[in-house]
Design a protein. Structure first.
Length: 272
């Protein structure tokens, strides 16, 4: 059980040395994204409950702190095998992580869809130093095709959640956009997406695309040149593929900055 809760540290292209925290069973999420590199969602849920025992996660964090004494990770990242904010004790676990790792950066990677429905999350996230949410669409139609959400979740609610996140979270937000060729890269879709991004005002915009086998085999990545052009249009930057990133295993003591390398899409993917 504890191996399911805490993993790593791993080397992240964005975050350097990162200790991962997983709060849900394999592929438990409120989205079933076509590009997910971990496979199809097995439990498409929008219910907040204690998916993994809270004390098992906290105990695993304490064990990791002892194991890594003298060689701490640069950050502790809530990500893993699904959507971490679905866990009913997410806030309690985050506060425990802050106590156990008082000097490390606390990072949340989330699809960003639940803040409007579960307003308590807006208080629970305040212990984090950085939040990395996602927005892959400019319209409801493309949201349904690319993210395949729980039936009760609309694109309007996703946008409301991201807007509330920006209003209530004063620290850094790095918003990630995953580009699928022929799905969300049409000019009209990108224009709608750019309008939403201007309203949401993230600190940084990260463009990502396929790096490993996706859930749906028809998913294709745009060319690097096309991705760079889209990034320029949206006012963002392209996340380098994993083999391009340059990370030192000792990257544990620097500050979060725009110069850091980038990580794979941990939000819906196998820990790496």
């Amino acid at each position: 059980m504890r191996k399911q809760c805490v993993f790593g540290p791993i080397l992240s292209r964005r975050l350097g040395s990162s200790l991962g925290v997983n709060l849900v069973p394999y592929k438990t999420c409120n989205l079933d994204c076509v590009y997910c590199e971990c496979g199809a969602t097995l439990n498409l849920s929008i219910e907040r409950r204690e998916y993994l025992p809270t004390m098992a996660v906290i105990d695993a964090l304490q064990e990791a702190a002892l194991r890594l004494r003298g060689y701490p990770p640069f950050c502790v990242t809530f990500a893993g095998w699904g959507e971490p904010t679905l866990h009913a004790q997410f806030g309690r676990i985050a506060e425990a992580a802050r106590r156990i790792f008082p000097k490390e950066h606390l990072v949340l990677i989330t699809n960003g869809t639940l803040f409007a429905r579960f307003r308590e999350l807006l208080e629970e996230i305040q212990v984090f130093d950085l939040i990395i949410p996602s927005l892959d669409a400019g319209t409801e139609a493309v949201f349904q095709r690319i993210n395949r959400p729980h039936p009760s979740l609309s694109f309007a609610e996703h946008l409301e959640s991201l807007a509330l996140l920006r209003q209530r979270f004063a620290k850094d937000i790095w918003l990630e956009v995953f580009i699928v060729e022929g799905l969300n890269d049409a000019p009209e879709e990108l224009l709608a997406l750019r309008t939403h991004l201007a309203h949401l005002r993230p600190n940084r915009i990260h463009l990502n695309t396929l790096d490993r086998r996706p859930t749906c085999t028809w998913v294709q990545a745009p060319s690097r040149e096309r991705l760079e052009a889209i990034a320029h249009f949206l006012g963002g930057e392209v996340i380098p593929s994993f083999h391009v990133a340059r990370i030192s295993p000792q990257a544990t003591g620097h500050e979060l900055s725009g110069e850091q390398q980038c990580a794979p899409r941990e939000c819906h993917s196998t820990p790496r």
